[in-house]
Design a protein around this ligand. Structure first.
Ligand SMILES: C[S@@+](CC[C@H](N)C(=O)[O-])C[C@H]1O[C@@H](n2cnc3c(N)ncnc32)[C@H](O)[C@@H]1O
Length: 252
């Protein structure tokens, strides 16, 4: 999946969930001062910002294949070296980091096992590789209501439930297949308040990720139908959206 949307659109659509998720993934991975850490699939930098808060900027490196996100991450996180690269081919030597993290990225990798192997290669022996992916298969991620409404109206639509790591236990399987040791799994969860239905819905119209791409491909009538079905499925505003992510960590 290539992300061509701008950073501001990403912030409004997914950043509202990934920013509060970042400290949880960093805690789960045991990131504390003194480590050198790689943020894989950094996007505009939700996790990068959390890593910089815990470490010095020059202890943090980040990569992403999206040109617009790399530009935004460089601008937002001065002192962090941000490079354009995919997880499957990381531009670093062996054992360059103490830890490599991927927040909401494994499900978008063309080859998740190869990507995780690369993350392990650039991490020192006994260092940590950690990742998380929304629970798209269980419908408990931030897009659960949206994909439910889509499938009611268009049963042939392709949602994100089949993607790598999106079902319970699958991230752990991928970590073990990539050769990581002492793999442990966990659940991360964020609560995000939505002041109005429009504030929840409008970012779906910005074309970000598979959900945004699907909405952008609908004509105005079908978009309106989808919006109204989402409104029916959601609680009355203001409401809190609780989003759950599967997490896994392993040692090199
Ligand atoms: C949902 S965003 C997550 C961004 C950021 N980590 C966050 O938590 O907000 C998914 C990111 O994965 C990136 N991505 C897609 N394929 C990738 C790959 N093969 N390797 C690394 N990153 C990839 C996208 O460009 C996008 O920035």
């Amino acid at each position: 999946m290539s992300f061509t949307a701008g950073a501001d659109a990403y912030d409004r659509f997914m950043g509202r969930y990934s920013v509060p998720l970042a400290p949880q993934l960093a805690d789960f991975a045991g990131i504390t001062a003194g480590r050198r850490v790689l943020d894989v699939g950094c996007g505009p930098g939700a996790l990068t910002a959390e890593l910089v808060r815990r470490l010095e900027p020059d202890a943090v490196s980040a990569v992403d294949p999206s040109e617009s996100f790399v530009a935004a991450a460089r601008q937002r996180h001065l002192g962090v070296v941000v490079q354009r690269a995919a997880a499957e081919q990381l531009p670093f030597g062996d054992e360059a980091f103490d830890a490599a993290l991927a927040q909401l990225v494994v499900h978008f990798m063309a080859d998740p096992i190869r990507g995780l192997r690369e993350m392990a290669r650039v991490t020192r022996e006994h260092g940590v590789v950690a990742a998380c992916v929304w629970d798209h298969a269980g419908g408990q991620g931030p897009l659960g209501v949206y994909w439910r409404a889509v499938l009611e109206l268009d049963p042939d639509a392709e949602d994100e439930s089949q993607l790598a790591g999106a079902r319970e236990g699958h991230l752990g399987e991928l970590f073990r297949a990539a050769g990581l040791h002492e793999v442990e799994e966990g659940v991360l969860s964020v609560d995000v308040e939505h002041p109005s239905f429009e504030e929840w819905w409008e970012p779906f119209m910005l074309g970000v990720g598979p959900a945004g791409a699907y909405a952008a491909g609908l004509d105005a009538g079908r978009q309106a139908q989808l919006r109204e079905r989402c409104r029916e499925l959601l609680p009355a505003a203001p409401f809190v959206s609780t989003a759950r992510a599967w997490a896994a960590r392993g040692l090199v």
